[in-house]
Design a protein around this ligand. Sequence first.
Ligand SMILES: C[S@@+](CC[C@H](N)C(=O)[O-])C[C@H]1O[C@@H](n2cnc3c(N)ncnc32)[C@H](O)[C@@H]1O
Ligand code: SF4
Ligand code: SF4
Length: 318
Amino acid sequence: MARSVVMRRYDLELVVKPESAVRRWLSMHVLRLYYPKSMVSRQSATARLAQRFRGDKPTLFHFEIHITDHCNLNCRGCGHFSNLCAPTYLDLDSFRFDMAALSAKVNVEQLFLLGGEPLLHPQVNDFIRVARERFPKARISLLTNGSLVMRQEPMFWHTLAETRTILLCDAYPIGLPVDEINARGAKHDVVVEWTEKRDLFFKIPLDETGSQDASASYRRCSGINNCPMYKDGRLYPCAFTAYVDIFRERFGVDGLRVAESDSISVRDSDGEAIMRFLGKPVSFCRHCDYDHFEMYEWGKTECSIDEWTRTPQTTVPL
Ligand SMILES: C[S@@+](CC[C@H](N)C(=O)[O-])C[C@H]1O[C@@H](n2cnc3c(N)ncnc32)[C@H](O)[C@@H]1O
Ligand code: SF4
Ligand code: SF4
């Protein structure tokens, strides 16, 4: 298989298309044409076995954590509901405590400090330092919408450089000063990375009735919205399960309740149990309507419920 084919850019609409089990298996494990890689584990079965044999902790590929829940950009259909959220700042001491608990259970390949918009947190530098202390070998990125980067003090840049933290900027179509940001990074020896052009967002409509097939939704979600999220001592499979309460409260939706079994307590579980939990659908997956997945042009929010729910059909099927 030519590398260019294997490495082809993911087309999310193709990724989420329903297809036969055989084709899906082939595509995920052999051809790897469409599938974004899992954010839970990227180890081979042999590597996992060897790790267990050595008595080592299992390796979680990725997790992310909000240091603020709110945002200053407020994109339409934000998958973390940050455009609906009142200012909320993570407490540094709880972060320190939580990161110690997590690092005792699993190795971590990469972690994202994000939000909301993480640069709204006045203690962002301290969070970066604590993350590096607890995960000395992980690839750590601060994921930002970029709008506040040029306002950061020299200490921010020193912290990123000293802790080998990547500044990962989302390439929104908002006229970001890309060259200046790159130059500021280079001046301070900071690695600055950019996402692909973020001119399209996706909508996985939330189905209040919960009548979707949870396993199928979870399978189609791998590497898309299925990104382990740490919140208040627990790991969630995604931002939906961790933050959907913001949506429920804002729109007075009665369904979409998140159960305790939709997340796992880090302190009360061992590493293997955490990995098993993250590798399986949760009950809340029955609310994710992948059959009506949509891509749409990025824009600012109007805080309207249909940014997260199924778009009504405008034409009558023949
Ligand atoms: C919630 S943001 C937090 C960090 C920062 N505010 C930012 O936008 O980069 C984390 C990531 O989720 C992505 N995201 C959020 N909602 C999305 C959506 N509906 N479709 C596609 N990506 C989305 C953002 O583009 C960003 O890469
Ligand atoms: S910039 Fe957009 S995607 Fe990122 S948290 Fe803010 S509203 Fe959400
Ligand atoms: S609830 Fe399940 S299907 Fe829905 S976004 Fe989270 S992991 Fe994906």
